[in-house]
Write a protein that binds this ligand. Structure first.
Ligand code: DQA
Length: 144
């Protein structure tokens, strides 16, 4: 049976097409998800998607995730840099996870250089735009 990966988009990812195109490429979230679907089909992975602008909902989705997924692709947006509750929730989920960012977070403002989840993820992919999600799916598949 194909692996099932949940792609959890965090805060402000719903407005991707209204954010600086030099960092995010100008795609809408739906367009990004269509690309991820394509990558997943090529890799014979099943994907599901979730997005919220509410940290508690993201935490609760992490709690639920082991009920329907084998692994996680996480782009928590700005929560990445300070929302420690996400790290704890990821430990509770107990699933392998890859952190992914469209932009090159290390090359931007200082506050984006730190991630609260990277230590509990099997890999981090950043700065590759939408194609980074293909790498992230591949890395997660290899980690299973
Ligand atoms: C982001 C990078 C974060 O620093 C930022 O707050 C985002 C998106 C990315 O995909 O590059 O919202 O996670």
């Amino acid at each position: 049976m194909n692996k099932r990966f949940a792609v959890l988009h965090g805060v402000n990812l719903d407005a991707l097409d209204r954010r600086p195109p030099e960092h995010y490429g100008g795609l809408s979230l739906t367009e990004l998800e269509n690309r991820i679907e394509r990558f997943a089909r090529e890799l014979e992975i099943e994907v599901s998607f979730f997005q919220t602008n509410h940290e508690g909902e993201y935490v609760e989705e992490l709690h639920r995730s082991s009920g329907y997924a084998d692994g996680l692709l996480l782009n928590p947006g700005a929560w990445t840099h300070y929302a420690w509750a996400l790290r704890d929730a990821l430990e509770i989920a107990g699933l392998p996870a890859v952190e992914v960012h469209l932009s090159d977070v290390k090359a931007r403002e200082g506050f984006r250089g730190h991630s609260v989840i990277s230590e509990v993820c099997v890999a981090t992919v950043a700065g590759l735009g939408p194609d980074g999600y293909r790498d992230a799916l591949q890395r997660l598949k290899e980690a299973m």
